[in-house]
Write a protein that binds this ligand. Sequence first.
Ligand SMILES: NC(=O)c1ccc[n+]([C@@H]2O[C@H](COP(=O)([O-])OP(=O)(O)OC[C@H]3O[C@@H](n4cnc5c(N)ncnc54)[C@H](O)[C@@H]3O)[C@@H](O)[C@H]2O)c1
Ligand SMILES: N[C@@H](CC=O)C(=O)O
Length: 507
Amino acid sequence: MAANGTSSVLKKEIPYKFKDPSLLDTRAFVGGEWINSSTGKTFPVLDPEDDKVAAEVTDMSRKDVAAAIEAAHEAFQSYKKIPHRTRRFMVRAWADAIKANREDLAAICTLELGKPYSESLGTVKYGTDYLDWFDGLIERLGGETIPAAKQDNRVITIRQPQGVVAAITPWNSPIAMITRKVGAAIAAGNTVVCKPAPETPLCAIALAKLFERAGFPKGVLNIVPCSAENTPECGDEMTSSKFVKHLSFTGSTPVGKLLNTECAKSLKRTSMELGGNAPFIVFEDADMKKAADGLIASKFRSSGQTCVCANRILVHKDVINDFRDMVLKRLPEVLVSGSVWDKKTNFGPLYSSKGVEKVKRHLEDFKSKGATIHAGWEGGKLDSPNMIPPTLLVHSPEFADRKALQVSTEETFGPLASLMPFTEEAEAIKYANEINVGLASYFFTKDHSRMWRVAEALETGMVGVQVGLVSAVEQPFGGIKESGMGREGGGNCLEEYTEIKSITFGL
Ligand SMILES: NC(=O)c1ccc[n+]([C@@H]2O[C@H](COP(=O)([O-])OP(=O)(O)OC[C@H]3O[C@@H](n4cnc5c(N)ncnc54)[C@H](O)[C@@H]3O)[C@@H](O)[C@H]2O)c1
Ligand SMILES: N[C@@H](CC=O)C(=O)O
């Protein structure tokens, strides 16, 4: 029992009292039952704010994952027959349950991810926006009638769910990445086995608690938390199972490629939302304040830990000093650091010391190649664990060796921005596109011709023109090149989880 009396699960005190402590659970959810791993093993979940153990979560084995897949397969046999409208009401009820418990869910997100509580409330809203969106799409998930070439034939198509969908999700968005993926698969009539990231299983478990209350049949959603050590085995069970028809993954490009290769052996469908390395370009005619605010929103939200964060920042050499000064002015006006539980705080620690190591490596690389630090971290001991302040570096207007920088080939995934100069539009586009990934990109200019030209030229799945945020449920979210395959959100997102069947009638 935790000293604060809020939950028997908590291993440490936090300055938040749960309204419904039962949402904090450490068990798996399989076939409608709350269970522990057959091995009895657990793994620790840390609070990134102090690196202390927050909870011990059940560590599901390969055998347990196989049982969850079977439970999902069994549930699919009846769930697939449920009318679209009934399914819609259940999705609606899940969304409503999440909304009614938004504060507790946000607190769980803050606890295991270190995300400031106010930002966590935003991520709960973003997550439920997806379910609201699917609610509007479910009953439109129909087929079409097709004029047949033969006089005595009539042809129609119907859309049917695929079966068991395996979902593997990352730590950096532990609520929205689940509702966006699991919600879409279930809205389309599939059943799901979801393996959340080992760093953030508590949000997934809490979402399953609310799912259970929404009236879905047993086995429609199964949550199988497992440790980093068990992950490859559990993943292999998902990619090799004959019952899994679709693997939906959000995470890094190397893991996505591995899973995709394994799924290819049995021709499973895959959805791959993978890593990015977003270019962010400030042209010489840009509105400096708009561009600075765009950079702060894109680079520093979630402390720089999103797949669509600005990463390679190019500023026209004639305005690089003006832009630097505007960013330096706006940073303290926009970002507030402090305890993640303080409602005013909107900038928090990284998810773990692994993240800190990577940011430090990029910082040292920028410094060694001539960038100077204008704000933030110099690479020394941090004041508190994982808490890197918003950091700004600038290269001289003559700097030309961009391709040698680590940031040119790797996401920083942290609150570190280094401004690099460019001279010509074509040069900026060439550098932006000279990479194997293409998720998001951003640019700022007041020139309307340039807006179209550059938006069309950038090789990414999403482009922000004069904005630093591109995530919204109503628009297709996803990348090209090695940033993935498929789209989540947008008007056609449920179709990804269906098969088209064409039926020919002879008269
Ligand atoms: N495109 C998008 O929509 C999107 C969204 C969020 C994050 N991301 C990307 O995710 C990455 C950050 O997340 P991460 O560090 O957790 O990525 P990761 O690839 O290490 O892990 C993602 C998930 O895959 C699991 N995993 C790891 N190895 C596995 C294996 N062998 N078999 C099965 N599962 C395995 C992890 O446990 C986790 O659940 C970044 O690259 C980011 O850009 C992309
Ligand atoms: N949470 C992000 C996804 C990548 O990290 C978003 O949807 O913007």
